[in-house]
Design a protein around this ligand. Structure first.
Ligand code: ZN
Length: 315
């Protein structure tokens, strides 16, 4: 897929996940195929619609990280079975954060016997619903999830799943993409799933209304990268399998663009002035259909001024 189609697909996926819009805007899940890539050892990456899935597949069964959308659960199960490595089920699903394009399959997986695991705030936000967004023009309604979608096991700081001979570790990094992000480490196989703290579609969506911040995202991704071997394979929340250089480029962009917006803030410029002056023009190649330069200026502005907008609760 070329860049435009890919970003459009992400936008469609995110819209479908969040918005109560007309059926016409829903992606046609019947046409989605699940692509499976062997990452390393017994770790696989699954791509369909929505966030990337990591899977540990072995003699003890299967652990997956994130589960895309409910209508794709059967196809995901079939793709895992097709590997012909184990007849054992998906025993655990670890959610990297609460967004619907990463947790949409929670109900079918839980119903078929998987145990859902996530950081405390993922369960809270799934249960309450609200309005996600960048504190500015991006606003997405999130309906309260049904009970079966809620993680059964939650953790504050970290949790380890000991399966398939590996200590699969989920570690919470506060206030990055959301306030419930976990980065998942597969140390034996030298693989990491970074959730939406690291994405490949360009400027990232940061859910400032959902407790995220660019400062936390930089801090979290830097800390995670610091403890990873140079040749680690990085599964991003969205986009192609990556390496540590890709992560470093991304951190560099986040730091540079934050510094530019901070400088404009220090000069008492308004949000409109920053947009008119196109202060992120040197980073134009990171702009995408979902997060344009203007949307990212808003994101950084709201993040750096601690202006999260509202995470509105449903009744
Ligand atoms: Zn997300």
């Amino acid at each position: 897929m070329n860049r435009i189609i890919r970003t459009a697909a992400i936008f469609a996926a995110l819209s479908a996940a969040f918005l109560c819009t007309a059926a016409a805007q829903q992606p046609d899940f019947s046409k989605v195929e699940i692509k499976v890539t062997k990452v390393s050892g017994n770790i696989y990456m699954l791509e369909g619609q929505g966030g990337n899935i990591a899977a540990s597949v072995g003699e003890d069964g299967i652990v997956i990280v994130d589960d895309e959308f409910a209508p794709l659960a059967e196809k995901i199960q079939a793709a895992l079975k097709n590997l012909a490595i184990t007849d054992k089920p998906v025993r655990f699903v670890i959610n990297t954060h609460y967004h619907g394009d990463h947790t949409g399959g929670n109900v079918p997986f839980a119903t078929s016997g998987s145990t859902l695991i996530a950081q405390d705030n993922v369960r809270k936000r799934l249960a309450s619903g609200g309005t996600a967004g960048n504190g500015g023009s991006v606003k997405m309604e999130v309906k309260p999830a049904e009970k079966a979608a809620l993680p059964i096991i939650t953790f504050e700081h970290d949790v380890t799943v000991h399966l398939n001979g590996e200590d699969i570790r989920a570690l919470h990094f506060p206030s990055g993409h959301t306030d419930g992000d976990a980065i998942i480490f597969f140390p034996k196989n030298n693989v990491v799933h970074m959730g939406d703290d690291f994405v490949r579609y360009g400027f990232p969506f940061i859910d400032v209304a959902g407790g995220g911040s660019v400062q936390g995202m930089i801090d979290g991704v830097e800390k995670a990268a610091a403890q990873l071997p140079a040749d680690v394979k990085v599964i991003p929340g969205h986009g192609a399998l990556s390496n540590l250089d890709d992560v470093r480029d991304y951190i560099k962009m986040l730091k540079e663009t934050s510094a530019v917006v901070q400088k404009a803030l220090d000069a008492h410029k308004t949000l409109d002035q920053m947009k008119q002056e196109k202060i992120l023009a040197p980073w134009a190649k990171w702009s995408n259909d979902f997060v344009s330069q203007d949307v990212f200026i808003e994101t950084l502005y709201n993040s750096l001024t601690n202006h999260p907008g509202q995470f509105v609760k449903h009744n």
